[in-house]
Design a binder for this molecule. Structure first.
Ligand code: PLP
Ligand code: COI
Length: 356
């Protein structure tokens, strides 16, 4: 056996967030009311019936997590139980069978273990992105749930999600298009939410932002979230605030960061509606957080026809510049990445070691 972590000759530090074809993937099928055992397969190509509800009616949900190689060679996942739970919630919302936690974990573990050479080595700045997905397949035409379902887990080594490597500030542009309606599917990780966001992301990027920022669809006033990340704000009174909204994805990263800010940094924390225009002058630091985004400081936001610099009162009007990384975002990033990579101990039971 000559299979070792990082055995593939890739330039790990050059990786972006792109699909890299790895060796094997996990696949399980639900038919006649039950899941089969599932197992690892070689092909990345899925033969699909042309009537599959995943293709027509977006009966599909997915998850995203990262496996990290620790200094001692252990391979670590961060709170995969929450991803499993969130996928169950999405399945329930879209009338799909839930993937039992045992099957979810077995699929994730196997997909990571059997692609061990693709796991970026410790210190490379890259990680192994894990993408579980659940799709409705099989012959169908009318609007009804699929006759069969596929649960698949594939992995891909990735670098930073936003172009700048490491902890570099990004810009967001408020979208004129809504992402999700109240009582819609915004709080579930379903593909349908993302197709509608492609044009908003393109427009934001054309304006010079990394991605779109969505305000609430009812009043166009309160911050919801970014296209692929939740939002964090350090307020002038020293508290860390995150939007409360029924239309945003309950981010695993955000929930963890809020707890770390309270427990480790002693910050007052709050989850409440944040009125972008009325409160912007009180923002001292702002960040986007998520599995792919990690913690990305936000330097400026486009809204109401102009760029607005976060904390301009202290930092000045550096509209063209990239902005600075604030001390709280830096600390939260260091804490989170330290925990993800096994460098910083945590008392919560968040880290799960993949049996290799
Ligand atoms: N919001 C959206 C729309 C996302 O796609 C993601 C990414 O998964 C997040 C937030 C962050 O969630 P998590 O921290 O669970 O990755
Ligand atoms: C993630 O952060 O895991 C996501 O799924 C976001 C996705 C749009 C890349």
């Amino acid at each position: 056996m000559n299979r070792k972590i990082g055995g593939k000759a890739l330039n790990w530090s050059e990786l972006g967030f792109e699909y890299v074809k790895t060796d094997r993937r996990f696949s399980a099928r639900w038919r006649d009311g039950q899941w089969d055992e599932g197992g690892m397969i070689d092909s990345e190509i899925m033969p699909l019936h042309e009537g599959s509800p995943a293709l027509h009616y977006a009966q599909e949900c997915f998850e995203g997590m990262k496996a990290q190689c620790a200094r001692d060679g252990r391979v670590l996942l961060f709170r995969p139980d929450l991803n499993s739970e969130r996928m169950k919630q999405a399945a329930g919302r879209l009338l799909m069978p839930q993937v039992p936690t045992e099957l979810f974990m077995r699929g994730v573990d196997a997909a990571v273990r059997e692609n061990i050479e693709w796991i970026p080595p410790f210190g490379s700045g890259a990680s192994l992105y894990v993408r579980p997905m659940l799709i409705g397949v099989g012959e169908n035409l009318g609007l009804r749930p699929a006759p069969e379902f596929e649960f698949r887990v594939f992995v891909s080594p990735v670098g930073p999600y936003y172009k700048q490597a490491g902890l570099a500030p990004i810009a967001l542009a408020v979208s004129e298009m809504d992402r999700a309606a109240p009582h819609g599917t915004g709080n579930f990780k379903v593909g349908a939410n993302y197709a509608g966001g492609l044009l908003a992301t393109r427009k934001a990027q054309q304006q010079g932002a990394s991605e779109a920022l969505y305000l609430d669809a009812a009043e166009n006033r309160y911050i919801d979230e970014a296209g692929s990340a939740n939002i964090l704000v350090v307020m002038r009174n020293g508290s860390l605030v995150t939007p409360r909204s029924s239309a945003i994805l309950p981010s695993v990263t955000r929930r963890s960061i809020m707890q770390l800010a309270a427990d480790r940094l002693g910050m007052p924390i709050a989850e409440r509606p944040i009125d972008l225009r009325a409160e912007f002058d009180d923002f001292v630091e702002m960040g986007a957080c998520g599995t792919a985004a990690v913690v990305s400081p936000i330097a400026r936001i486009w809204f109401d026809g102009a760029w607005h610099v976060v904390n301009r009162r202290e930092l000045g009007d550096d509209i063209g510049g990239s902005g600075t990384v604030g001390p709280v975002m830096q600390e939260l990033y260091d804490l989170l990445v330290g925990i993800l990579q096994g460098e910083i101990a945590e008392q919560y039971g968040w880290i799960r070691e993949v049996p290799l």
